[in-house]
Design a protein around this ligand. Structure first.
Ligand code: SAM
Length: 305
C-alpha cells in the first residue's frame, strides 16, 4: 500500500509545487487569522503568522509576535536582524515542501536545518532556494521517508512537522521515528489535519464519505482525531504534551485559496500542471465545507522527549 501511496504523494507534489510557489509562495500550509479567524490579512503574512504563533504556543520562542518587525519579516523573512538565543541548533523539518519552514527557522534561530520530503522536485527546489538565500552551508534537503528516517537516534533539538502527518500511512511509526531522532529534552511540534473527536459520536456515513473524497484528492491514507494523536504520543513517552485545535483560526485560508485559484494566471498554471493538481484545485471546497461542518480539524501537538 505504502509504495503506491508514496508514488501518488511524490507525483502530486512533483507536479503541483512549482505552481503553488508561483501563485501562493514557499509556504505550503494554512495561514493564521487570529483565534476566532476574523483577522483580515495578506495570505503570506497569515502563513508566517502561523509559524510564529506556533513557536509561541509551543514555548519554543516566547517573544510576543506582535513586537516582531512585521514589515521586514514580510519583505525579507530570512534576514531578520533579531538575534535569537541558539536554543535550537539542529532542526529537522519532516515533510518540508520546498523548504518554507526549514529556511525560516534556520534563519530565525541561526540554526542548521534539515528538510525531508518524498518529492525530488521539492528537495531540488528547496536546495535552490537555500542557495538563493545564502543558507546552503547550514541547510540540507533530501528525499527520505518520515517513517524510516536516515538519521541516527538523538540527532535534533527540534523536530517540526507542519501539515505532513496526514499523509503518513502509519501514524504511530511516524511519531515514533520523530521521537527517535529527537535529542533527549528536545521539542517535537506537529501540526496536522485531523477529523473531529469521536469519543461521543462515531463518524457518520456522510462524514466518512466526505473524508474519503478529501483523502482521494490530496493523497492521504486517512486522518485521525487529535485525542488519538495525543494518546499515541503519550504511549510513546513524549513528556509535557500539549494539544490545541486551531480550526477556527485557520479555516478562512481556504476562502483565500479558492479566490486565488481562479485567476487567469492560476488557471493557466493548473492546466499545465496536470490532472492531480486540477483535481486538487476543483476540490478546494471539500476542505472549506469540512471546517464549516466541524468534521475537519486543524490539530496541534507538542512536547519534549
Ligand atoms: C502539505 S506539504 C507541507 C510542506 C511544508 N511542511 C510546508 O508547510 O510548507 C506536505 C509535505 O509532506 C511530505 N510528505 C508526505 N509524506 C511523507 C513521508 N512519508 N516522508 C517524508 N515526507 C512526506 C510531502 O512530500 C510534502 O513535502
Amino acid at each position: 500500500m505504502s509504495t503506491t501511496l508514496y508514488q501518488q504523494i511524490q507525483e502530486f507534489y512533483d507536479a503541483s509545487s512549482s505552481l503553488w510557489e508561483q501563485i501562493w509562495g514557499e509556504h505550503m500550509h494554512h495561514g493564521y487569522y487570529g483565534v476566532d479567524g476574523k483577522q483580515k490579512k495578506d495570505r503570506r503574512r497569515a502563513q508566517i503568522d502561523l509559524i510564529e504563533e506556533l513557536l509561541q504556543w509551543s514555548g519554543v520562542y516566547s517573544e510576543d509576535a506582535e513586537s516582531l518587525p512585521s514589515a521586514s519579516i514580510l519583505a525579507s523573512p530570512y534576514q531578520s536582524e533579531q538575534i535569537h538565543p541558539p536554543r535550537y541548533e539542529n532542526i529537522l523539518d519532516v515533510g518540508c515542501g520546498i523548504g518554507g519552514s526549514s529556511l525560516y527557522l534556520a534563519e530565525k534561530f541561526h540554526a542548521r536545518a534539515t528538510g525531508i520530503t518524498l518529492s525530488p522536485v521539492q528537495a531540488a527546489r528547496a536546495k535552490e532556494r537555500a542557495q538563493e538565500l545564502g543558507l546552503s552551508s547550514r541547510t540540507h534537503f533530501q528525499v527520505a521517508d518520515a517513517q524510516a528516517m536516515p538519521f541516527t537516534d538523538n540527532s535534533f533539538d527540534l523536530v517540526w512537522s507542519l501539515e505532513s502527518g496526514e499523509h503518513m500511512p502509519n501514524k504511530i511509526q511516524f511519531i515514533q521515528e520523530c521521537l527517535r531522532v529527537l535529542k533527549p529534552g528536545g521539542t517535537f511540534i506537529m501540526v496536522t489535519w485531523c477529523h473531529r473527536p469521536i469519543e461521543n459520536l462515531p463518524l457518520t456515513v456522510d462524514e466518512q464519505k466526505h473524508l474519503q473524497d478529501i483523502y482521494r484528492v490530496y493523497c492521504l491514507p486517512y486522518v485521525i482525531s487529535l485525542p488519538e494523536y495525543e494518546a499515541i504520543a503519550r504511549q510513546l513517552g513524549l513528556q509535557n504534551i500539549r494539544t490545541a485545535d486551531w480550526s477556527k483560526a485557520v479555516a478562512p485560508f481556504w476562502d483565500v485559496v479558492i479566490d486565488s485559484a481562479f485567476t487567469p494566471q492560476a488557471i493557466w498554471g493548473l492546466l499545465c500542471s496536470g490532472w492531480s493538481t486540477i483535481q486538487g484545485a476543483l476540490s478546494l471546497g471539500l476542505m472549506r465545507r469540512g471546517y464549516e461542518s466541524g468534521l475537519v480539524r486543524f490539530g496541534l501537538l507538542c512536547g519534549n522527549k
